[in-house]
Design a protein around this ligand. Structure first.
Ligand SMILES: *[C@@H]1O[C@H](CO)[C@@H](O)[C@H](O)[C@H]1NC(C)=O
Ligand SMILES: *[C@@H]1O[C@H](CO)[C@@H](O)[C@H](O)[C@H]1NC(C)=O
Length: 469
């Protein structure tokens, strides 16, 4: 190895050990008729909202998750007119996609592209909320499809993307904040337009989206890929899983998402309950001695989980095989860059480019970590700062009491220090703790200005676009 490549490898190893970069995952939303109503399964309509919150080829897995979920629901008999899909749609036709027009969510997978209802910049928080609330007049662009549900209907929402404490990514700015999402769910409940709603959410720190925020009594049952303080993980990743076809340089799926979908592909959904699926998914997603994992959580009306998974999913029961391996990696853009670097031929232009990208990504990470830490020290003192930033509130308490404060401080920080990017989502808790400690915008402005005297003209912005422009 050349000295530089040795340094790159060393730094990469170092960073992958010290910075648990979150494969922030999104919520998978699924068709609303996910379970049947006791003995009255014919009553009501099943609706689904499926959201891939990312863009970019290195985030292949999120759109692959959503493609798989769409197929699963369609095969199960949920009508196309009742499934609303949010997908940036830059994967299937991406020039890096080794199989044009096809997205795979497992080594043997095969998911054909279909028309997404909301693509590109139409994948945004405003449209997502309008779709859930069934408000056509508030939509901006897209197919115009909304969850036009009635009181007997069942709604399934699945989201997959990167996240951080209290926040979920979207391919466009702004990000989706936990309090706003819960507010919309409460509003939907108040409108009396569903019987029950199931929310499956894949993202890092996804437990923080509902913890202390989603009350009982809304007829909502939610499960999340991870608890409020940990990463969720990608799966079927090149270099880690030998079954992944060699032409792929990106992870094909996310661990929790693939777990619930492959379970749905495999089991008799007429007899399997949401609770049984929760237990199976929890087991498969958990860390083992040899692999990464996370704690799958459940929130809301847990009692709903005794309902059965929809019988419509039965059709493909016999044909699906369980994939051989469960190797998992803490995936993300950074891992993909490292894979590209490793795979590029020695001495090639491609190798040089990949090396440059790895170095830029590392430098971005160091900048983000250092500037958050320095801001904390400026606000709370050198010895107290880190303790305040790392504080975790007791279970059952939301991340922050004043969500507007969190949004304001994030904006102020980014104004001076540059975009947090999806990597920096993990610092949401630190910024939330600043709010909980009573820090005001002016104090944040001052501290961030000192921490970041020059605005970084981020060379990494092209790598980390989509979050906080
Ligand atoms: C089943 O659904 C029908 C139509 O909505 C309704 O009239 C009936 O009361 C329901 N039966 C039960 C047992 O819930
Ligand atoms: C739908 O959205 C529009 C525009 O934001 C708003 O004025 C209207 O009140 C909304 N309708 C409902 C029923 O919430």
């Amino acid at each position: 190895m050349t000295p530089v490549s040795t340094i790159v490898s060393f730094l990469a190893l170092f960073l992958s050990l010290v910075t648990v970069s979150c494969d922030v995952i999104r919520l998978p939303s699924q068709a609303s008729k996910f379970f049947h109503d006791g003995d009255n399964s014919s009553a009501g309509t099943k609706w689904a909202v499926l959201v891939a919150g990312s863009r970019g080829y290195w985030n292949y897995r999120h759109q692959a998750d959503v493609c798989h979920a769409y197929q699963l629901l369609r095969k199960g008999g949920v009508k196309e007119e009742n499934i609303v899909v949010f997908m940036f749609d830059d994967i299937a036709k991406n020039k890096e996609n080794p199989r044009p027009g096809i997205i795979i969510n497992s080594p043997n997978g095969d998911c054909k592209l279909w028309a997404s209802d909301y693509t590109g910049d139409e994948v945004n928080v405003g449209n997502l909320f309008s779709v859930i609330l069934g408000n056509k007049t508030a939509l901006k662009g897209g197919s115009g499809k909304v969850v036009d549900s009635g009181p007997n209907d069942h709604i399934f929402i699945y989201y997959s993307d990167h996240g951080g404490p209290g926040v979920l990514g979207m391919p466009t700015s702004p990000s989706l904040y936990a309090n706003d999402l819960n507010h919309v769910l409460k509003k939907k409940h108040a409108s009396g337009t569903y019987k029950s709603l199931v929310f499956y959410l894949e993202a890092c720190e996804s437990g923080s989206i509902f913890e202390g925020l989603l009350p009982e009594g809304l007829n909502i049952y939610a499960t999340t890929a991870s608890n409020a303080e940990e990463s969720s993980w990608g799966t079927y990743c090149p270099g880690e899983d030998t079954s992944v076809p060699s032409e792929y340089e990106t992870c094909l799926g996310d661990l929790y998402s693939v777990a619930w979908m492959e379970d749905s592909d495999k089991h008799n959904l007429k007899t399997e309950s949401l609770h049984q699926q929760y237990e199976l998914v929890k087991k498969r997603t958990a860390a083992t001695a040899s692999s990464y994992g996370s704690h799958v959580m459940e929130f809301g009306d847990i009692g709903l989980s005794k309902e059965k998974l929809v019988l419509y999913f039965l059709a493909q029961t016999q044909t699906m095989k369980t994939p051989p391996l469960w190797m998992k990696i803490h995936s993300g853009h950074f891992q993909d860059l490292q894979t590209s670097y490793r795979k590029a031929p020695e001495g090639s232009t491609r190798k040089a480019q990949a090396q440059k990208q790895v170095l830029e990504a590392m430098s971005h990470r160091l900048h983000v970590d250092n500037s958050v830490l320095l801001t904390g020290k400026l606000l709370f003192g050198i010895s107290e700062g880190p303790a305040v930033l790392n504080k975790v509130r007791p279970a059952g308490m939301p991340l922050v009491d004043d969500w507007d404060c969190l949004k304001t401080l994030v904006r102020a920080f980014e104004w001076h220090c540059g975009s947090l990017s999806q990597y920096g989502f993990k610092h949401m808790r630190s910024i939330a703790n600043m709010c909980n400690a009573g820090i005001q915008m002016e104090q944040m402005e001052e501290a961030a200005m000192q921490a970041c005297p020059t605005v970084p003209n981020s060379p990494w912005s092209s790598l980390h676009n989509g979050f906080s422009a």
